[in-house]
Design a protein around this ligand. Structure first.
Ligand code: SF4
Length: 432
């Protein structure tokens, strides 16, 4: 969501006649699009601002804006730590970027040091031709369908930084997808903090959206992220299974903990058994479905026994991808009152145990693909892999291969080797 917001900010600048500067020192405008999901990300923003302070001092005409969730969270307080910043703009206010910049350039009073953290419902209606999809392979595109979140997980800042849910009209979403396909997009990824809560004003759900977009000629892959277990309904699972291969057999379904006690303290709206029932329902309908999840390790009330339940969930589900983080207390969240009871060493040790077991599981899962032929949507060259092509299978597995190709091509590749994080293969030239 943050990457896609950056594409929108860049698109607004381009529409206003700005061009990309070759370096920060030559820029007239610098925007930091920030994330506040974890403390580390927030600290990164302030250290980056520290680096920009000297530049701003030497060129006071430079316009420096802080956008995104840190802007929303800090508001005017941000000026106390970084008084040289010119404006602060939350993620639901990015539509006002052009007018903010022109007011600053015209020297309007109050334009510098302005704060815009309004939750605008129309922030979700963004002109498609004003999104600069740089950094993405042209064949892949994000499409926002929902913004904000109506859940209240006790550790999470998103409901405060992004506001309550607002959904786009399904016809507008489909029109955007058709436009993208007309420009060469093969894969779209529908975005929302809780994307499976999508329901437009006419009551059309994500299941309807998947069905309708799977019919669009030329569209080869559909993904959606991030789903909430509570809204993973039977109707949605049925729609995924029935929509055919265009809907990719991969689902990211964050669980956060394997302990029902911790899940209750997190106010997740599901317990361990309910989560496992969803997994069973998904796998019954789609036996080849790859699964990803998120874990927070070291939540304040997490005991050794709770953590053991997280470890046992890893073995029970055998996820294909796991994003795991040590808990960090976030301002304004309900969990803040619980304190941060585990020491950083304890959290690090638990995280290390989880990641090491997951690495083994992932490697075993990936090794099962050796000898199979897969379809890879090529994203580009990966220099770390000795300039091999890199891309993803429909199951979201990363594949590296040598040979001639190009970003945006769909290549048939035979898998020859596997690690915990990727598959290596060779192109076969023809689809089986
Ligand atoms: S579902 Fe929970 S974790 Fe996800 S964005 Fe909403 S409040 Fe945050």
């Amino acid at each position: 969501m943050n990457v896609h917001d950056s594409q929108k900010l860049a698109g607004i600048l381009e529409h206003e006649g700005y061009v990309k500067a070759s370096s920060a020192s030559r820029a007239d405008v610098i925007l930091l699009n920030t994330c506040s999901i974890r403390e580390k990300a927030v600290e990164k923003v302030f250290s980056e601002l520290g680096r920009l302070r000297a530049l701003k001092r030497s060129r006071p005409e430079l316009i420096l804006g802080v956008c995104g969730c840190v802007a929303q969270q800090e508001g005017r307080e941000l000026f106390a730590r970084a008084p040289f910043v010119d404006f602060v703009m939350g993620p639901r206010a990015i539509g006002s970027l052009a007018s903010t910049l022109s007011r600053i350039r015209e020297g309007k009073s109050g334009a510098r040091r302005s704060v815009d953290t309004e939750y605008r419902d129309d922030s979700i209606e963004f002109p498609v031709d004003r999104i600069r999809r740089e950094g993405e392979c042209v064949a892949k595109a994000f499409v926002t369908v929902l913004e904000g979140c109506n859940h209240r997980c006790t550790y999470c800042v998103v409901p405060m930084t992004r506001g309550r849910e607002v959904c786009r009209d399904m016809d507008d979403v489909l029109a955007e997808v058709r436009q993208l396909v007309g420009r060469g997009t093969l894969e779209v990824e529908f975005l929302g903090q809780t994307v499976n809560a999508y329901r437009d004003a006419r009551g059309r759900t994500l299941a309807d959206l998947l069905r309708a977009s799977a019919e669009i000629e030329g569209l080869r892959r559909i993904r959606f992220t991030t789903s909430h277990p509570a809204q993973m309904t039977d109707a949605l699972m049925d729609a995924m299974a029935a929509a055919g291969p265009t809907v990719c057999p991969y689902l990211h379904l964050p669980v956060q903990s394997g302990s029902s006690t911790v899940l209750r303290a997190m106010r997740r709206g599901h317990d361990r058994d309910a989560y496992l029932r969803k997994i069973e329902g998904l796998r019954r309908r789609m036996p080849g479905l790859a699964l990803g999840t998120d874990f927070i390790v070291g939540f304040p009330s997490e005991t050794e026994k709770d953590f053991d339940e997280t470890m046992s969930l890893l073995d029970e589900v055998r996820f294909d991808t796991v994003y795991s983080f040590a808990y960090s207390a976030r301002p304004g969240t309900a969990a803040l009152s619980l304190g941060d009871r585990l020491t950083p060493e304890e959290k690090r040790a638990r995280l290390g145990r989880l990641q090491s077991r997951q690495r083994e599981i992932q490697e075993q899962n990936n090794r099962a693909w050796i000898g199979r032929d897969v379809e890879v949507l090529v994203e580009g060259l990966d220099k770390r892999e000795g300039a091999k092509w890199t891309g993803r299978t429909p199951e979201n597995r990363v594949v590296h291969f040598a040979g001639s190709s190009a970003p945006g091509r769909i290549e048939p590749v035979r898998v020859l080797a596997a690690t915990a994080y990727s598959l290596q293969g060779e192109p076969t030239g023809t689809f089986a």
